[in-house]
Structure formats: structure tokens, C-alpha cells
Design a protein around this ligand. Sequence first.
Ligand SMILES: Nc1nc2c(c(=O)[nH]1)N[C@H]1C(S)=C(S)[C@@H](COP(=O)(O)OP(=O)(O)OC[C@H]3O[C@@H](n4cnc5c(N)ncnc54)[C@H](O)[C@@H]3O)O[C@H]1N2
Ligand code: MOO
Length: 398
Amino acid sequence: MPVVDYQRRIADLLVPTPVESLPVADCLGLALAADLTAPIPLPPFDNSAMDGYAVRSVDVAGASEQSPVLLPVPEDLPAGRVQNPPLQPGTAHRIMTGAQVPPGADAVVPVERTDGGVSEVRVRASAAPGAHIRRAGEDVRTGATVLTRGTSLTPAQLGVAAAVGTEKLPVHRPPRVLVLSTGSELVAPGEPLQPGQIYESNGLMLAAAVREAGAHARLLRFVPDDVNAFHAVLAPELDSTDLILTSGGVSAGAYEVVKDALTGNGVDFMKVAMQPGMPQGSGRYRGGPAVVSLPGNPVSAMVSFEVFVRPALRAAAGHLRTRREIRSATITEELRAPAGKRQYRRARFDPATTTVTPRGGPGSHLLSAMAGSNCLIEIPESTQLIPEGSTVDVWLTD
Ligand SMILES: Nc1nc2c(c(=O)[nH]1)N[C@H]1C(S)=C(S)[C@@H](COP(=O)(O)OP(=O)(O)OC[C@H]3O[C@@H](n4cnc5c(N)ncnc54)[C@H](O)[C@@H]3O)O[C@H]1N2
Ligand code: MOO
């Protein structure tokens, strides 16, 4: 099956998660489910950009260091004072940054351009009409769309939502992913390693990738290599799981608990024209949660996650941006690729020179090379040779 078809298959498996209303403070990184319009302008009122004096510009016209203008100061206007008294001609109100500009004033003179007087002030500079005044609605007008549906909410976006008075936002619930690791050769880091055993790393790595994609991950490591035990582990999890994500046990060998348990229970196994990541499984477990079974080789598992699972998870979670940023780069060495397969090679992209240098070979066990990479070079199915100096597409994964 071509990569694009399998991408669509996985995207179709993961349906959009429900929308819930959450306090703004809890929405970081979540996808906004509806446009947010501003019920008030920002700033909500004309206010001072400086600590200084609110004046009428005509009253300080011609003021300078040599010939200051002396004005009485009847009022102090700290930020937060409401219903500020109007400014009478020929006077100045002492005003703080963020305080409402009083009716009658049309400029603010910064305190540094005065003697800082409290009951009267010597103003040593003129001020153009509007000087140091931040106008109501300058940033956001009432009724304007402040945030659009599908936005992955950033700190500044939470800030603007709060600034227009929003208490709760409608967001998609992050998909709940159950990450399973199986394999009798696997040992927990921290335990002694016998010859023939390896440390479990895929489960932990995929759970981290799920979280990085904005979904919830629950990791069950060392699920027994026995079909009945496998089903028993899944049973209590089904109601609280949107996606079961496994790695390993999908190729042609014997002792493949994942394949044995899932075949006939709604999951199909197939070959995708991709390297790494050829053997894949997917479907719905007994008509319930989606299942994606990734190959066990660590690089195959991570690359398959990037190409198939991450975009589908982000789409299901309501994010408009589901893909990694793709850049064009000049490759610093020749690459060869298998015919008829889309290849993803781990590499380092240098933004300063827009060059990309492969890390490690094509082997899908070369995890440390992947850990040292920051991108994937995407090599189309039709390409078998990429000469040094060619332009390639890279997915920025970091
Ligand atoms: N006769 C064939 N053999 C293989 C084929 C094939 O088509 N015919 N495909 C190869 C390809 S390509 C891949 S990819 C792998 C996929 O293998 P499985 O998904 O069945 O995975 P395993 O055999 O269980 O493991 C592969 C490799 O990964 C290690 N592994 C597995 N789980 C973990 C884990 N949680 N943490 C760390 N490492 C893990 C495992 O020890 C193996 O070394 O099959 C090829 N073979
Ligand atoms: O398809 Mo496998 O992922 O090459 O090692």
C-alpha cells in the first residue's frame, strides 16, 4: 500500500474527540474548538503608556528645558482608579502607566520631562496630541475574532483570551492513547541484562511522542507474550482509550503476540511501501478503540509514528496544524534509496545554511543516530539516487 493511502487509513481511524469547556489556564497546547470573538475592546479604554502627567497639548505647547510650563496638579491617577475626574484647562493630573486618561486630556508628558512635582509640576517638553496615549481598541476591536478555531493554544493566546475576559474556552479533549510494549526479550532499564535481552525503549519513547503531539499517553510495559493475557490487559482499558498503540510483533515471524491477538479482532496487517516502517497493522479492536500496530525496530516505530500517527492524532484533537514544518534543503552527501518505496532518512538540518546532513545509515535499529537528528529527509518512491548538492524536502521534527 502506498504511504499516502496508509496515511489516509490512519487519519480515518481517529475520529475527532469531544469538545469540552476548560478554564483558560488549563488550555495550553489544546486545540480551540470555536472562534473567540472579543466582547470588549483592547485596551478597554484610552490609557497612559508612561508614568507622567496627563495634559492638554495646547497647555504645554512651547515648553522646553529653558522655559518650562508650570501647571497645578489637582489629581493623582494610579492604574485601577475608576471614573477619573476630568482635566480642567491649565492643569495636569499625575498619571501612572495603564491608568485611564481623564476626559479633557489629549497627551501624556513622561515624568522624566518634568520636575516630578506633586502639587504643581514644571513641564519641560511639549507633547503632540495623542502622545503616550494607548487608544481603546487599538489592539482588538469589539467583535473582532481574536482566536480562530483549530488554533493550538500558546501562552500569548491564553493571555489574550483572558485579557478580553474569557473564563473558559471550548477545546477538544486530547485523545487518550494506550501505549503497549510486548516482547520476551525486553527488560526494564535498571535491571541487569542477560545475553539476548535488550532494554525496553519503544514504549517509553512512543508515550513521549504521544505527549509531544498533544495527546494523553498511558504506558503499559511488558504486556505478557500470551494472547489471553494480552486480551485481559486490554479489557479494563477499553472504555477510557481512543487509540491502542503497539510496537513490535507485526512482521513475518513466529511468537508475534500482537499479530496473533489482534488478527480476527478487527485489526489488519499489511505492508506499506515505506522504509523504514514497512510492516504495519491497524483497525478497531473488537469494534471499539482504534488500533495502530507499529513495527518493533525503534527507528521504524518512531518514523511510522511521525508519518502516520502524529498527524492523525493532531487532526483528531482538533488542531488545524497537523503536519511538521517542511523545508527545502541542500543535501551535503549522496544518498541512495530503494526503488518503489518512500524513504525517510534521519538527518540534521542547519537553518543557517539550509543544508541537511544524513545521520547514520538506513538501518532501522540505529536509534542513537535518530536521537542526534532534528529532521527526516523525505525521499519519493520514484527516486533511487540523490546526488550531493541536490535539493530535498525535510520534515523538521525538533
Ligand atoms: N522474514 C522477515 N523478517 C522481517 C521482515 C519481513 O518482512 N520478513 N520485516 C523486517 C522489518 S522491515 C521490520 S521493521 C521488522 C518488524 O518487526 P516486528 O514489528 O515484528 O518487531 P519485533 O520482531 O518484535 O522486533 C523488531 C526489533 O525491535 C526490537 N523491539 C521490539 N520491541 C521493542 C521495545 N519495546 N523496545 C526496544 N526494542 C524493541 C526487537 O528486539 C527487535 O530487535 O521485522 C523485520 N523482519
Ligand atoms: O520496514 Mo523495517 O521498518 O525497515 O526495519
